[in-house]
Design a protein around this ligand. Sequence first.
Ligand code: ADP
Length: 165
Amino acid sequence: MKAVYPGSFDPVTAGHLDIIERAARIFDRLVVTVFPNPAKAPLFAVEERVAMLREVTRHLPNVEVDSSEGLLVPYVRRVGARVIVKGLRAMSDFDYEFRMALMNKKLDPEVETVFILTSSQYSYLSSSLIKEVASLGGCVTGLVPPVVERRLRELWPVQEPGPGS
Ligand code: ADP
């Protein structure tokens, strides 16, 4: 069975990668698709998000990376899938994801949304929090894949704690 894991992935975090690796063990094929979110000001161009996702999923032979825009459900059908994978971090995600899943079901009753719970060590992680911390010079080692950490450090060098601080 083929599934689509959509998101803005601006940039991909260790929390996203954990969901990708676990979904890739459940489904035969997984398409990770970058959808630009018009409500969020982007940091990385869609092409760069796709490139970083390709690099960090290279070890997963049944995962492919794509980008799209517009409605999710027709896209899912176009790629020959019937399952949408979503990660759930906390109750705060639930209300929105619940409404979105029901709307998608209304748009196409044959497409199912499957939720995968975050691993506890990543439950507080979001791309926006990563960007906020990195932009202020904070260290995000272990919270994002190394390729993403390098790109963030190019944009915002890490401020090492000085002696006595
Ligand atoms: P964000 O910008 O909030 O990090 P995205 O739109 O890129 O989110 O997220 C894509 C999907 O990944 C969503 O289903 C989201 O709930 C899920 N997700 C994001 N971060 C995590 C995490 N740390 N653990 C589990 N799922 C996550």
